[in-house]
Design a protein around this ligand. Structure first.
Ligand code: PMP
Length: 401
């Protein structure tokens, strides 16, 4: 026998495995509401016009395919940081943000996990919301951290358990590491209000916690990327030396290009240079350097004010379509006479709707109606269209009454 013949079959990924099952399904009614990737009202993936334009500009430049540096393309990182922290952010003027290009948001989280395990020690706890994006848990575990959960979502109100959240932040040992979703919390679609963010920032400060923002949906939540960066900027204004993972998968529709950034706000430029040097030491043996295609596209768009403005409108159109499908799905369910409250469909924000459906109900809907979404009841609103919303509502209604 070989090492290979001893290997057991691994379980399918809870989200990507769903896509595999969907692809195998031959029923014409099938609907995919699993993966968080945007679809137009025609149900097809969307390439933004601004991205097409950037591709054209890029092609005309006839660039070469040399390696990027370990930290990626400097122009991209600069624009990416301005996008998150704000063009006129003091921390950027003072050159005290260490920033590197990463393999999208996932890569940023992993690099951060590795850095923490290296400097805080193997088994250092990282507190993540309960629930959180499923991949957060193995990302940080595999980095060598111990994943602990803080209270976030209250199934009774289908909303934020703010008191529980504050209690858990308070109860954690001082100087702990906390992961927060910057906006459009995945999977719940439940975000703190501005007042709640401000209170949380104050408590995090008092507890000397290190805050790590995961920002995968800037622009996708409200349709306005400035608004969606509010929490990040507030924490920085409050003097937090935050770390930040950014992804351009959703807001630019660049999923497969793996384009994102990791940054750390430092006390001064010298500290930022040291942090950058350590990030390089983490990255180099992992994947040497990041891909350049997506970085070039984002750079073309964000370095041109006219293209940026056009992008902004396109991003808003995606967010608006999702918001209108929320309204539509909710009113369909209400029109059918559902006894449950579906108010949370419209109060939640971002790509996902956390329906409150039980795993049993989810499996029944999958079996009977061929509608695929995760067992925790999370629906990707991006897959809901004017032509399938009624079918989805009816199928949910049939199972829930
Ligand atoms: N963080 C969160 C909260 C997400 O929802 C996602 C995407 N599903 C990511 C990070 C990472 O996505 P990507 O690696 O494609 O940027």
């Amino acid at each position: 026998s070989t090492v290979w013949s001893e290997m057991p079959m691994g379980p399918p990924d809870p989200i990507l495995g769903l896509t595999e099952a969907f692809n195998k399904d031959t029923d014409p009614r099938k609907v995919s509401l699993g993966v968080g990737a945007y679809r137009g009202d025609d149900g097809k993936p969307l390439v933004l016009d601004t991205v097409r334009k950037a591709e054209k500009i890029m092609l005309e430049k006839a660039l070469n395919h040399e390696y990027a540096g370990i930290v990626g393309l400097p122009d991209f990182t600069k624009l990416s940081l301005a996008f998150a922290y704000g063009k006129n952010a003091d921390v950027l003027k003072e050159r005290r943000v260490a920033g590197v290009q990463t393999l999208s948001g996932t890569g940023a989280c992993r690099v951060m996990g590795e850095l923490m395990a290296r400097f805080r020690g193997q088994g250092t706890p990282i507190y993540v919301p309960n629930p959180t994006w499923g991949n957060h848990i193995p990302i940080f575990k595999n980095s060598g951290l111990e994943v602990r959960k803080y209270r976030y979502y209250d199934p009774k109100t289908v909303g934020l358990d703010f008191q529980g959240l504050l209690s858990d932040v308070q109860a954690a040992e001082d100087d702990s590491l906390f992961l927060l979703h910057a906006c459009a919390h995945n999977p719940t679609g439940v975000d703190p209000t501005r007042e709640q963010w401000a209170e949380l920032s104050k408590l995090m400060k008092a507890k000397k916690h290190t805050v790590f923002f995961d920002c995968a949906y800037q622009g996708f939540a409200s349709g306005d990327s400035e608004k969606d960066a509010w929490a990040i900027r507030r924490f920085v204004d409050d003097g937090h030396c935050i770390a930040l993972a950014q992804s351009f998968a959703k807001n630019f529709g660049l999923y497969g290009e793996r384009i994102g950034a990791l940054s750390v706000v430092c006390n001064d430029a010298d500290e930022a240079a040291r942090v950058t040097s350590q990030l390089k030491l983490v990255i180099r043996p992992m994947y040497s350097n990041p891909p350049i295609y997506g970085a070039r596209l984002v750079t073309e768009v964000l370095s041109d004010p006219a293209l940026t403005q056009e992008w902004s409108a396109e991003c808003k159109a995606m967010a608006d379509r999702i918001i209108s499908m929320r309204t539509e799905l909710r009113s369909c369910l209400e029109r059918l006479g559902s006894k449950r409250s579906w108010e949370h469909i419209t109060s939640q924000i971002g790509m996902f709707c956390y329906t409150g459906l039980t795993t049993e109900e989810v499996l029944k809907i999958r079996g009977d109606a061929h509608i695929y979404f995760t067992n925790d009841g999370r629906i990707s609103m991006a897959g809901v269209t004017t032509s399938n919303v009624e079918y989805i509502a009816k199928s949910i209604f049939t199972v829930t009454g």
